[in-house]
Design a protein around this ligand. Structure first.
Ligand code: CJW
Length: 834
């Protein structure tokens, strides 16, 4: 830890007082050159983009830093109530472009670089994505932070500083191959390490009880193995408003205290190895999306995040209020991003009781009015449960507290349903059995004052199904907060052509008030506007086509319809249904059934969890089908198929603007919300989709004529389960029969016998949870509708404009205002730059 400066009095304010930095091209240029030459020590012979990128990043970071400090002075002065967004994932992607956009210096930076003979775009492309998340849940957290900063809300993100983010995906012979993503290899100029706020995190050991001087019994956690948590802060700029919030990511470090017993016993190397195991805690992001993996290290990570963040907030609290926690709940709120940080509930209890001497009642009152829980999935395989045995070993004191929370909760339940022991068993936080488990979702509900789902259907299903008993006890806790995406990154940054066109018609107020896009509606009837809209889309398609050609070696002709499905590969998302349709189109081409054909380029992208065999096999199928289709000269004018490797945030920034048709085809009731659907809609794509997650609200906003609907509804899916007969459907539907025959004949795996048997079997299985066969005929019809609509260019353009125009509700600005109105109750603060 750095030593404190020796000074007789406190440092004078003049140490921190500096004139404001200029925002013009010449100011940026001169700071840039100073960093390049003086700080980084480069000269005219240096040819590496890396240093140029770093010099520009540091130049912009200085400008963020000014606003960052001003923001915190303003929050302090306003004595702001704060919300802390606790999340194991923040999928932030690249930072340079976002910093330029939100600081409003894009043009100035562009000019400064241009005058020095540097292409800004090359610098932007140089940056590695910060892939500190899996998919929707992690990207949502990043969009939330952007919106909170833009709204001036005192919200801070707390997460993990993984050394290795989401793995890099290669495709070899059609198979996914994972490679570690050492995203920090070239450094990360956007973070500031703050060792002065290091926290100590305990593991293992045992609980010891003792009496204080007044004879009151207390507990303490002793004989623990400790690990240090060091914060790395990343600035989160609001859009042109002078606010910069903080994303604080925790990195694990060893305590530097050797185990003396081991050391003296001569086991020096073992003692050093322990250091490694400490640092392992923040080494790698678990690459599971909506499926649990249950590894001990994951629980260690969860506790690491929760404990470090709470201790950090309490450190700040105690420095202002001492041991008086009476106003703590009035001033602080924790939003739990799924159950992953739920251990924060017993941890806050522990800190208040064991470290601050509060009694159970007071501690519980504070905890249960401070925590709020967001659920992101109904899939049983994603619901976290931890073996009691593991808790006992790793976090014994927390298990004590969880047992006590459960005992008191079950006491309440038996008052609600007297004598109903079945009910007690059903809602118990501890699932009994040969290997008892802690149900993290139940712990989260019991310990929170708010429980929300992420789209209307999802929140409804939580109340009716998964959490029904809890809803009966506490109906007032349950609420919906439909997800969104930030229009800064997902339109203003990634689609400059559309941004310019829209702003030329309605001004640029829409960037911070997306509902203003509704002013575009009448322009759908304006032929000249449609022509310009089409022009922008074609340019964006050309850009996407370049990416596909570079990364997949497949030529996408921008005059074809671009039909895209990019998201994590999961059976419930039904990439399989999509590729079955591609096979059907191929079959039609081979039969010569191509009258009035709408040529298509079908793009897939997404990562499969490394241990998820079916998902990986689906990737292989897509690649094999793509190869057959693309190599067959008969398809030349009709169909192209590609799988884009290593789908990530920065790839989506090119994909969304260049997409015509957005595939959102999950089995109804399974996709909690989806957020890719919103990015596509904002960028003028038309959705083909089921009535699932936020698709329902998208269709509501844009109207049924501008949304291509198909498939069973969630209740129909459930009703069909008992008598689902896929083989009968296959026998009746000629198209599906032919597609399955092709697959079963080994047509797409001539030299790889049987590799797709598991996929065919899953479709033919009456217990197929995803009911792929059930929706296939309707899906093919809907795709025909899409083709016909695309054929009529004016019709399609109208729909495209109307989709963007109706996307206002899906800005995270709206989502954050909803959270703030119903859960957080924060007052926006405008920082004073003087
Ligand atoms: O959250 C998005 C939704 C989307 C939903 C996703 C989600 O599938 O429909 O738009 C934002 O609300 N992600 C997860 N659940 N739901 C998720 C992610 C990572 C996980 C996990 C669940 C990692 C683990 C376990 C469950 C693990 O153990 O590593």
């Amino acid at each position: 830890m750095p030593t404190r400066l020796l000074c007789l009095s406190e440092p004078k304010p003049s140490i921190t007082k500096l004139p404001p930095l200029g925002m013009e091209a010449r100011d940026i240029s001169s700071d840039f050159r100073r960093y390049y030459v003086r700080t980084l020590g480069r000269d005219k012979h240096c040819r590496s983009t890396h240093y140029v990128y770093n010099a520009l990043s540091l130049t912009l970071r200085d400008r963020l830093m000014e606003r960052w400090q001003a923001t915190y002075y303003a929050y302090d002065a306003a004595k702001s109530r704060f919300t802390y967004y606790l999340s194991m994932e923040f999928l932030i992607g690249r930072s340079l472009g976002n910093a330029m956009l939100n600081l409003g210096v894009q043009n100035a930076a562009e000019k400064a670089m241009y005058d020095l003979g540097i292409h800004l775009e090359e610098l932007v492309e140089h940056e590695n994505d910060a892939g500190l998340g899996n998919g929707g849940l992690g990207r949502l957290a990043a969009c939330f932070l952007d919106s909170c900063a833009t709204l001036g809300l005192p919200v801070m993100g707390y997460g993990m500083h993984y050394e290795y983010g989401m793995f890099r995906q290669h495709i070899e012979n059609g198979h996914q191959v994972e490679e570690p993503d050492h995203w920090l290899r070239n450094g990360h100029p956007w973070e500031i390490v703050r060792p002065e706020y290091t926290q100590r995190i305990q593991y293992g050991g045992r609980t010891e009880f003792y009496k204080d001087d007044a004879g009151v019994t207390h507990a303490r956690w002793v004989d623990t193995h400790d690990v240090l948590a060091v914060p790395c802060d990343i600035p989160v700029p609001g859009f042109e408003n002078g606010t910069v919030n903080t994303l604080r990511l925790w990195k694990a470090a060893a305590t530097d205290e050797f185990d003396l017993e081991e050391f003296n016993a001569g086991d020096y190397t073992r003692s050093v190895a322990d250091k490694n195991s400490a640092e392992n805690i923040s080494m790698v992001l678990y690459p599971n999306d909506a499926s649990e993996n249950g590894k001990e290290l994951r629980l260690k990570q969860q506790y690491f995040l929760a404990s470090a963040s709470l201790k950090d907030v309490i450190r700040h609290w105690v420095s202002h209020h001492g041991n008086d926690f009476s106003q703590f709940a009035a001033q602080n709120c924790f939003q739990l991003n799924d159950t992953h940080p739920t251990i924060a509930i017993p941890e806050l209890m522990r800190l208040l009781m064991d470290e601050h001497g509060k009694g159970w009642t007071e501690a519980w009152k504070i905890t249960s009015s401070t925590m709020a829980y967001t659920n992101h999935t109904l899939l049983p395989e994603a619901l976290e449960r931890w073996p009691v045995r593991l808790f006992q070993q790793l976090l014994p004191r927390l298990l004590d507290i969880i047992y006590e929370i459960n005992a008191r909760f079950l006491g309440e339940v038996s008052k609600h349903w007297p004598g109903d022991t079945g009910r007690l068993k059903a809602v118990s936080i501890i699932e009994e059995g040969p290997a008892p488990q802690v149900r993290m979702a139940y712990l989260a509900i019991v310990g929170s004052f708010s429980v929300n789902g992420v789209a209307e259907l999802h929140s409804q299903l939580l109340k009716e199904g998964l959490f029904h008993d809890f809803y009966s006890i506490w109906p007032q806790k349950f609420n919906n907060k439909t997800n969104g995406v930030t229009p800064r990154r997902w339109v203003a940054w990634c689609n400059p052509g559309m941004t310019e066109l829209i702003s030329s018609e309605i001004g640029h107020g829409w960037i911070t008030d997306l509902s203003q896009l509704s002013q575009l509606k009448p322009l759908a009837e304006n032929a000249e506007f449609r022509r310009r809209w089409h022009e922008v889309k074609q340019e964006n398609k050309a850009r996407l086509s370049k990416l596909v050609s570079l990364e997949c070696n497949v030529i996408f002709d921008p005059s074809f319809m671009f039909d895209v499905q990019v998201k994590r590969i999961h059976e419930y998302k039904r990439q399989l249904l999509n590729i079955l349709h591609v096979i059907h189109l191929y079959d039609r081409i081979k039969r010569g059934d191509t009258a009035n054909w709408t040529p298509r380029c079908v793009l897939f992208g997404g990562k499969a969890a490394p241990g998820y065999a079916m998902a990986k096999r689906t990737i292989k199928l897509i690649n094999n089908v793509a190869k057959v289709v693309n190599e067959d000269p008969a398809t030349q004018d009709f169909l192209r198929v590609a799988f884009l490797p290593n789908y990530r945030v920065s790839a989506m920034e090119v994909i969304a603007p260049g997409t015509d048709l957005s595939e959102q085809i999950s089995t109804a009731g399974k996709e909690a919300s989806g957020t890719g659907n919103m990015k596509f809609m904002m960028n003028g794509a038309i959705t083909i989709g089921t009535l699932d997650g936020a698709n329902i609200e998208i269709r509501e906003e844009v109207g049924p004529d501008n949304f291509i609907l198909f498939g069973l509804t969630a209740p129909q899916v459930e009703a069909m389960r008992s008598h689902y007969n896929p083989n009968e459907i296959i026998a009746k539907d000629e198209n599906l029969g032919r597609v399955l025959s092709l697959l079963e004949s080994g047509f797409f795996n001539q030299f790889e016998p049987q590799i797709f048997d598991c996929i065919v079997d899953s479709i033919r299985n009456p217990h197929d949870p995803w009911m792929t066969a059930a929706d296939f005929p309707a899906y093919v019809d809907a795709q025909r509708t899409a083709s016909l609509l695309y054929h009529d260019r004016d019709r399609w353009l109208r729909m495209s404009i109307l989709n963007s125009a109706a996307s206002g509700r899906f800005s995270t600005d709206r989502t954050m205002q909803d959270y703030n109105r119903d859960i957080w109750h924060l007052t926006p603060v405008k920082p004073d730059r003087e």
